[in-house]
Design a protein around this ligand. Structure first.
Ligand code: DC
Length: 233
């Protein structure tokens, strides 16, 4: 009885941020988490780490049978160390490794399999049932947290997203081409929006926020305003 009372009156809230690649979801979510003092869950990082398991063990990501057989062997853990979000794959810190192009391609392949998504969604729901979270991804408002306190669909034009990525990459000293980046974004959008399981789409009760002409600070302010309207402070 005591347990039931506790869980039914707990006041956890959740903020769901979905949208295409390069819309600014992770930087905005990180900043909001900091301002509200809540946990930020990067679900893309979870799929990246999941895919990495197969790459590291030379297992095919093209065979659903092989992927499914190995799902029970993949352990993903999220930790906060000295204020930094870390992701562990089978007890190894892979926070840096998941940012490689190979890991990105691996994530894109592994995330289409229902058994993989089932395991990740369960973990994401478990975390959000214990604490206040802001979670970003592709299926948060539609599948993972259908009852989220606030749902945002963050987007920006393909041109703007390509320009942002180009700036980011050139600042890192990488030699990249704007047209190639644009093509890559268009392809990723198509894949994310047209896959059969949990495709990227705006939840019917999500608020659309086009960030094409907004600075990061303006986007953060706008979301914090929407949070206050839902009593999230
Ligand atoms: O956001 P990102 O680039 O880190 O995501 C990596 C891949 O994972 C990308 O191909 C989309 C996929 N993904 C997903 O299918 N569902 C999520 N909730 C988050 C990411």
């Amino acid at each position: 009885m005591e347990k039931e009372w506790k869980s039914s009156t707990r006041q956890n809230y959740s903020i769901a941020i979905d949208g295409p690649a390069g819309a600014g979801k992770s930087s905005v979510s990180k900043e909001i988490a900091k301002r509200l003092g809540i946990v930020y869950i990067d679900t893309g990082a979870m799929y990246r780490a999941f895919g990495l398991y197969y790459l590291k063990n030379n297992l095919s990501l093209d065979s659903e049978k092989i992927v499914n057989m190995n799902v029970p062997n993949v352990i993903i853990e999220l930790k906060n160390e000295d204020g930094l979000n870390k992701i562990y794959l089978n007890h190894e810190d892979v926070s840096q490794e998941i940012r490689s192009e190979d890991a990105s391609r691996g994530a894109s392949k592994v995330s289409v399999y229902p058994k993989v998504r089932e395991k990740m969604v369960k973990l994401q729901q478990e975390i959000s049932s214990k604490t206040n979270v802001i979670m970003d991804g592709r299926d948060i408002g539609t599948v993972v947290l259908p009852n989220a306190t606030l749902k945002i669909y963050l987007t920006a034009s393909v041109d703007e997203r390509a320009k942002r990525r180009y700036k980011e990459q050139t600042e890192k000293g990488l030699n990249v081409n704007l047209e190639d980046i644009k093509k890559d974004i268009e392809e990723r959008d198509y894949r994310d929006m047209h896959r059969s399981v949990s495709p990227l789409k705006q939840a019917s009760d999500a608020i659309l926020l086009d960030t094409s002409n907004l600075t990061q600070e303006e986007v953060v302010d706008e979301i914090l305003n929407l949070c206050r309207k839902r009593d999230i402070k």
